[in-house]
Design a protein around this ligand. Structure first.
Ligand code: MRU
Length: 354
């Protein structure tokens, strides 16, 4: 199941994204073409999901490169990409990387793009651009291959007829194809398997209700939307045989940062003896973080809790709000972490490096 949420457009001079803030009501594309517009697209979640923001940032880097330290004159594309260009791209890298702090894939993809800038420094700008486009395309192709591989491994963990639960959105919209956590479910469905999938709506921004429910429903999966505080009920009823979530950063001990509410779901799953699976490409593992305490957690606008999505605000306008976008699930609550290389089980300090 493919999803063109980010791609180059207009012969490679522009980047095109599906505006996820408009889903599921309408499918609209955006063409951000300034650093500010690209950063804002990530900040306001027009493009979101750890792998997808990395892919988008790589494509944005290519298109914005065309305007960095332009050489004067009619044959400017033949001029060398000199130190001014390299410095300008470095500033652009930092500017885009600061848009969201938790997902490691964003900085990871931008670092890959910066490596290309350094490797091709001094070459004609035309060749530099070609190399940048090739790298961005490779990052996307690798993501598609990772998602396929993870979906196959994830499918080994579930059986036809099972009930499953997922949180936030880790489907095709958050990647390029299949997704991470939704990958086994979508692949299984393609192969004629039937699952009953419970989707947490995922307050405050409703990625579960707006995006996961939309993707699963369109794929013909038996989908039931629940509020986040209902997960214990469906587990107590015995309707859920496994939990599948994506993640934004894995620490080297296996602690996992993912959408706020993931930790609560894992605690409930442990209570009811339901296996808890985390799916992510290996690019999401950050060995520089020893534990989840090292992962920066994004805090977002209080209005997302106070007033967003309501016809009128549902809380006093003066009430304080705490709005962390992610939480950390302790590795002891995780049954396995699935990457494109296979199924990693505890102890994660060893298996994640395997
Ligand atoms: O704030 P979001 O919507 O970008 O959060 C996304 C998640 O938490 C996903 O679970 C995670 O990025 C994995 S995407 C394959």
């Amino acid at each position: 199941m493919a999803c063109e949420n980010a791609r180059l457009a207009r012969g490679g001079i522009a980047v095109s994204i599906l505006d996820q803030t408009k889903l599921p009501a309408s499918e609209e594309r955006l063409h951000p073409d300034t650093p500010e517009q690209c950063r804002s697209a990530i900040e306001r979640l027009a493009v979101r999901g750890a792998p997808a923001i990395g892919i988008f940032a790589a494509f944005a880097f290519c298109t914005l490169a065309q305007k960095v330290a332009p050489a004067p004159g009619p044959r400017s594309w033949e001029a060398p990409a000199g130190p001014d260009f390299v410095e300008g791209m470095g500033r652009l890298r930092d500017y885009l990387a600061q848009s969201r702090p938790t997902a490691v894939n964003l900085g990871w993809a931008l670092d890959r793009m910066m490596n290309v800038v350094r490797e091709h420094a001094g070459e004609a700008r035309f060749d530099m651009l070609r190399a940048l486009r090739a790298e961005a395309a490779t990052i996307q192709e690798e993501d598609i291959a990772c998602c396929r591989a993870m979906a196959e491994f994830g499918l080994e963990l579930i059986e036809d007829g099972w009930g499953l639960i997922t949180h936030c959105n880790a489907g095709p919209l958050a990647t390029s194809e299949y997704g991470t956590a939704l990958g086994p479910l979508l692949l299984g469905r393609e192969r004629g398997m039937n699952f009953r999938v419970f989707v947490d709506e995922t307050r405050p921004l409703l990625q579960g209700a707006r995006l996961s429910a939309y993707e699963l429903d369109r794929a013909g999966v038996d989908t039931t939307l629940i509020c986040d505080n209902m997960a214990s009920v469906v587990m107590a009823e015995g309707w859920v045989q496994a939990c599948f979530v994506g993640c934004d950063r894995v620490a080297s001990n296996g602690d996992v940062a993912n959408k706020i509410g993931t930790n609560g779901l894992a605690i409930i799953a442990a209570h009811y003896g339901v296996p808890f699976y985390v799916m992510c490409p290996s690019s999401t593992i950050d060995f520089t973080c020893a534990t989840g305490a090292d992962v920066p957690i994004e805090e977002r606008d209080p209005e997302e809790i106070r007033s967003k999505f309501y016809e009128r605000p549902m809380a006093p306008s003066t009430v304080k709000c705490f709005n962390p976008a992610f939480d950390v699930t302790d590795h002891s609550l995780i049954t396995a972490i699935v990457t494109e290389h296979g199924i990693c089980r505890p102890p994660f300090t060893e298996s994640l490096r395997g």
